[in-house]
Design a protein around this ligand. Sequence first.
Ligand code: CUA
Length: 181
Amino acid sequence: MAIDEHSVARSERRWATAMITASATLLAAIVYASLGAHITPPSNSLETVDPATLHVAGEFVEANLGTKVESGGEVVARIVTAQFAFQPACVVVPQDTPVTFRIASPDVIHGVMILGTNVNSMVVPGYVSRVRTRFQDTGDMLMPCHEFCGLGHSQMLAHVRVVAKADFKPDANGRATCAPE
Ligand code: CUA
């Protein structure tokens, strides 16, 4: 049976039209989500911070790291991820309470995930990674770096200690640290 060249060409045009339409629809959805609905990945909150002066001035100086209950009552855990450690290596947070993680890196791209939860974000130098969550269960949760960041990557991990609300006791400045084990 002879193949009709015209029908082949028509078929190809139909497929090309369908694929271009699908691609254009997906692209439009991405543009709408980011520009129209302001939905961006948590790794990129578009909040910038100077990685070169991270440890010298501003929000991420050593004295300001860890868990703090802000004046409005919001529980915020600030963490610096650097080759090859988290600072602090443990943060304590209350159970069943909204918690905001604010994480920054002074050197290379790291990643944080809290095992057993949907908390998962890259930490890109120059940006503050902000993740909001709420922990249902108490206990120590492992928070490893999940972005290859150099030879010490596999050694880079921290813990999130979730305690019952009654056991969460911030000091007069609103700060709470993991009790020594
Ligand atoms: Cu930090 Cu891998």
